[in-house]
Design a protein around this ligand. Structure first.
Ligand code: BG6
Ligand code: MG
Length: 228
């Protein structure tokens, strides 16, 4: 009998909507104020990484900076979030990335459960702004996990909440840390983006318009025997 998945777990930033770009711009603005510059190549390392860990990675770029106390780092992280909130203020359903709503509809029509697996504290609010909350059976955001990506906890938390075995789950991610987390959870990983960063994905597509439900199922079924 062909094996069918029971749960899809979607990353938000860079998969459902292009807020990954806004995170980049907001971090870049904060970094410039601290005299640090970083490019898109370095930014790949920040994708999927929670707020405080991202700040630590940016501060490490300049070893000559004085050590910051926890309170100072909290202030810097809050400042970055303020820049980010300004950028996402006008987010609306037109910002859903190509192919995503079609995929969510096909997902729902097939009675396969849907969860969010995001490292962002802002995730539930963004999903609301996009008008997509109704599709989701369960939301995991930064407040629900202790260990962020690449730890598998974001993905296992969603599966545990819906009582679904990990090999019956498919995770969709645009970040290297996120794909690593899905793989560590013993789930099937779908990467969206460049092979240079996401070669460890079980199935890789170039962009969200190539996320076709039937194709994902087919690839999952080919690999599921190995995952079991
Ligand atoms: C992830 C993004 O989804 O959320 C990261 O890929 C971001 O870039 C992280 O830093 C945390 O987001 P927030 O909204 O809690 O600062
Ligand atoms: Mg992402």
């Amino acid at each position: 009998m062909t094996h069918y998945p029971k749960l899809f777990i979607y990353d938000l930033d860079g998969v459902i909507t292009d807020t990954a770009e806004f995170h980049f711009l907001a971090w870049q603005k904060l970094a410039e104020e601290l005299g640090i510059s970083f490019d898109r190549q370095f930014n790949e390392q920040l994708k999927g990484i929670n707020r405080m860990d991202s700040l630590d990675r940016i501060l490490e770029l300049d070893p000559s900076l004085p050590a910051f106390s926890f309170e100072e780092k909290e202030k810097l992280a809050t400042r970055k979030n303020e820049y980010y909130l300004e950028l996402i203020e006008s987010v609306n359903p037109s910002h859903i990335l190509p192919g995503i709503e079609t995929l969510l509809k096909a997902n729902k029509d097939s009675n396969v459960k849907i969860a969010l697996g995001s490292a962002s504290k802002n995730a539930p609010a963004i999903l609301d702004k996009l008008g997509l909350t109704g599709y989701f059976d369960y939301l995991v955001d930064a407040s629900k996990v202790e260990k962020g990506k690449p730890d598998p906890e974001t993905f296992t938390t969603a599966a545990d909440a819906l009582e679904i075995a990990y090999p019956d789950c498919i995770g969709i991610e645009d970040s290297a840390a996120g794909v690593e987390a899905i793989n560590k959870a013993n789930m099937f990983s779908v990467g969206v983006g460049d092979a240079a960063h996401l070669s460890h994905a079980h199935y890789l597509v170039e962009d969200t318009s190539a996320l076709i439900f039937e194709n994902i199922i087919e690839q999952y079924q080919k690999a599921s025997l190995k995952l079991k």
